[in-house]
Write a protein of this length. Structure first.
Length: 243
């Protein structure tokens, strides 16, 4: 009788284990269907790349899926290169008084400039030359030189000339004043430091569909009555410009 009881207990235990396993598999299947980020990756709890469920949920916010019938491309691994192997100087106006400059000079260009200087190459300094470009035939060009420390590749340059067309040149200057240019930037214009004097006004009629249409009508200064908008947020009918 004892053997029968043991066998019955063992059968009950096996049935209980099967129920637990079945319930766990069912729960895992439902979780994967309704919340796929909760399912562990095939490579383990953190997946082959060491990314856990929390990280996958965070990255899912930026997943665009299929856009225009094409599969969205994931982020490429690695970092941006430190250099691109070509001479370049980029000038960007920060405000009416400052320019931000960044540049790259390949070693061959620098060696060639030092060779051109010959014996005068000893003690050369890197210099940024700010050229004020003439915009009228009778205007005279102007230049300002600013020394920069050797080895830097970017600089904030104070120009103090709002609304002016400028260009910057990076070069080497010897102790006797001889200069050799290395690279030159594109022309840039600093923004104005005051309100634009242009007060012209172009009147248009706003349409519900399509771009604005130029019109000769003028607003008479009266308050335009509110117009009920549809579900797109646009007026249900065009608003006349002369109301």
């Amino acid at each position: 009788m004892v053997d029968g009881a043991l066998e019955a207990g063992r059968d009950l235990a096996l049935v209980a284990v099967r129920c637990v396993v079945t319930a766990a598999e069912r729960a895992r299947s439902l979780a994967a269907r309704w919340w796929p980020f909760a399912a562990p990756a095939p490579g383990g709890a953190l997946g082959p790349a060491g990314v856990g469920p929390r990280e996958r949920v965070g990255e899912a916010k930026f997943d665009l899926g299929r856009v225009g019938g094409a599969v969205a491309v994931g982020r490429e691994p690695g970092e941006l290169p430190r250099a691109y192997g070509r001479d370049r100087l980029v000038a960007l106006p920060r405000d009416p008084w400052w320019l931000f400059l960044c540049w790259e000079i390949v070693p061959a260009t620098r060696i060639g400039a030092l060779r051109d200087l010959g014996a005068r190459a000893e003690g050369v300094r890197e210099v940024l030359r700010l050229d004020v470009l003439p915009e009228t035939p009778d205007a005279a060009p102007a230049a300002i030189d600013v020394e920069v420390p050797a080895g830097v590749d970017h600089w904030y340059l104070h120009v103090g000339r709002p609304g002016t067309l400028l260009a910057v040149e990076l070069g080497l200057r010897a102790t006797d004043g001889t200069s050799v240019a290395l690279v030159r930037s594109q022309p840039v214009r600093t923004p104005a430091a005051n309100v634009s004097p242009d007060t012209t006004v172009r009147w248009v009629t706003v349409q519900r569909h399509g771009p604005p249409v130029p019109t000769e009508r003028r607003w008479n200064g009266h308050v335009v009555p509110a117009v009920a908008a549809d579900d797109t947020g646009l007026p249900a009918s065009p608003v006349a410009a002369d109301r």
